[in-house]
Design a protein around this ligand. Structure first.
Ligand code: UD1
Length: 371
C-alpha cells in the first residue's frame, strides 16, 4: 500500500515537474511582437525577414505608397511565416489605434514609414513635413497608451550634412539640413529626444543609416523604385540591364581622388540585422541611456566611379555612363565611423561590396524576367 502510494506520489511529482518544465519551455518560446511601420518597403521588408528569422512575431503597417503587396509573399517564402499586415497610413491615428488594440502585446516599434526622395521633398515640402513628422507624433502619442516602451527610429547620415572631419562619429555636429527631407530627419530626432526626456516610459535607439544597397540573397525581395530611379544603384542596374541608356555621374570636379562623390554603401541585409540587435538590446534592458544613436555604415567610402568599376568587376557587365554637372544639394563625401555600433551593439557590416553588388544585379535581372 505504502509502495503504491509512493509510486502515485512519485508519478504526480514527475507530472508536476514535467508540467513545470513545459511552462518554462513555453515561456522561453513566447515570441515577442514587434510593429514595423513601412514593413513592405525596401529596408523594412529586409528587416522583417531578419526579425522573423530571429523569432519575432511581426505586425506590418504600410500604406503601400512606395511598395507592393507582393513583397509579403517574398517575406513569407523566405521565412516560412506570414507577418500580420495592415494597409494603413501612420497619419491615420484611428487606424493605428485599432491595430494597437487588436495587438495588445506589441513590445516595440521600428518606424520606417516615411517619404525619402530628396528632390521631391524640395518640390513638396509640406507633404514631407506632414508625412514624416505627423506619423511619428501619432506613434509617440499612442505608445504609452498601449504600454509600448521601445522605439527604433530610421534616421540618416544626412543629419551630419558635409562633415568637416571624416569619418563621422555619432558626436559629429549636426549641420543645417540641405533639403526638407533631411530636415524632417533632424526634426524627428529632436522630437524623439524631447519626448524621451519627458517620460520614463519610453526608450529609443536612433539608427543613422549610410547608403543602403543590394537585395536579399534569395532574390525574393529587393528595392522597387517607383518610376525613374533617383538613387544611384537602381539607376545603375537599370542602365546595365538596358532599361536606361546611360548613367549620369553627377560631377567629377569634387575634392576627392577621382573627382566624384564618396559615400558609405552598406548592404541592406547588414542594415536590417542592425535593427534586430537594436530591438534585442532595448527589450533586454541593455541600453546605457534611454536614447542612443548609432551610425550604421561600413566605415569605408567609395566614389561613384569606384562603385561603377566595382559593379562591372563583380558582374562582368558594362555600365554605360557619362559625366554631367553636379546635382544640387549633393554632399561631397561622407562615410561612417561605425565603431560605436561595432562595440556597443556587437554589430558589424559583414557583406563584401562585390557580393552586395552581385545581389543587386541578380535582383534587377529577376525584375526584368517578371516584365
Ligand atoms: C540621399 C540622401 C540620404 C537618403 C537617400 C535615400 C542626402 C545628402 N542624402 O542619399 O539621406 O537616405 O538619398 O533616398 O540627402 N548619383 C549619380 N548619378 C545618379 C544618382 C546618384 O552620380 O543617377 C550620385 C550622387 O551624386 C551621390 C551618389 O551617387 O554622390 C549617391 O546618390 P544617391 O543614391 O541618390 O544617395 P544620396 O544622395 O547619398
Amino acid at each position: 500500500m505504502c509502495d503504491l502510494r509512493c509510486e502515485i506520489f512519485a508519478n504526480r511529482k514527475s507530472q508536476i515537474t514535467n508540467h513545470k518544465s513545459q511552462i518554462t519551455n513555453h515561456k522561453s518560446q513566447i515570441t515577442m511582437k514587434i510593429l514595423v511601420t513601412g514593413g513592405t518597403g525596401y529596408i523594412g521588408s529586409h528587416t522583417v525577414v531578419e526579425l522573423q528569422q530571429a523569432g519575432y512575431e511581426i505586425v506590418i503597417i504600410d500604406n503601400l505608397s512606395n511598395s507592393n503587396i507582393e513583397v509579403l509573399d517574398g517575406i513569407t517564402k523566405i521565412t516560412g511565416k506570414k507577418p500580420y499586415f495592415y494597409q494603413a497610413d501612420c497619419l491615420d491615428k484611428a487606424a493605428l489605434q485599432n491595430i494597437f488594440s487588436e495587438h495588445g502585446d506589441i513590445r516595440g516599434i521600428i518606424h520606417f514609414a516615411a517619404s525619402k526622395a530628396v528632390g521631391e521633398s524640395v518640390q513638396e515640402p509640406l507633404l514631407y513635413y506632414r508625412n514624416n513628422i505627423v506619423s511619428l507624433l501619432n506613434l509617440l502619442d499612442l505608445m504609452p497608451q498601449y504600454g509600448i516602451e521601445a522605439l527604433v527610429f530610421s534616421s540618416s547620415c544626412t543629419v551630419y550634412g558635409q562633415p568637416e572631419i571624416l569619418p563621422v562619429t555619432e558626436s559629429s555636429p549636426i549641420q543645417p539640413a540641405l533639403s526638407p527631407y533631411g530636415n524632417t530627419k533632424q526634426i524627428c530626432e529632436e522630437i524623439i529626444r524631447d519626448t524621451v526626456c519627458a517620460t520614463d516610459k519610453l526608450k529609443t535607439i536612433i539608427l543613422r543609416y549610410f547608403n543602403p544597397i543590394g537585395a536579399h540573397k534569395s532574390v525574393l525581395i529587393g528595392e522597387l523604385p517607383n518610376g525613374v530611379p533617383q538613387n544611384l544603384i537602381p539607376y545603375l542596374t537599370q542602365t546595365a540591364a538596358g532599361i536606361r541608356k546611360e548613367l549620369s555621374v553627377f560631377g567629377n570636379d569634387y575634392d576627392t581622388p577621382d573627382g566624384s562623390c564618396i559615400r558609405d554603401y552598406i548592404s541592406v541585409v547588414d542594415l536590417a540585422k542592425a535593427h534586430v540587435v537594436a530591438v534585442e538590446r532595448m527589450l533586454a534592458g541593455k541600453q546605457k541611456s534611454e536614447i542612443e544613436y548609432f551610425n550604421i555604415g561600413t566605415g569605408r567610402g567609395l566614389s561613384v566611379l569606384e562603385l561603377i568599376n566595382a559593379f562591372e568587376k563583380a558582374t562582368n557587365v558594362k555600365v554605360p555612363y557619362k559625366i554631367v554637372g553636379r546635382r544640387e544639394g549633393d554632399i561631397e563625401k561622407v562615410w561612417a565611423d561605425p565603431s560605436l555600433a561595432n562595440t556597443e551593439l556587437g554589430w558589424t557590416a559583414q557583406e563584401t561590396i562585390e557580393d552586395t553588388l552581385r545581389s543587386t544585379w541578380k535582383w534587377q535581372l529577376s525584375l526584368r524576367n517578371c516584365n
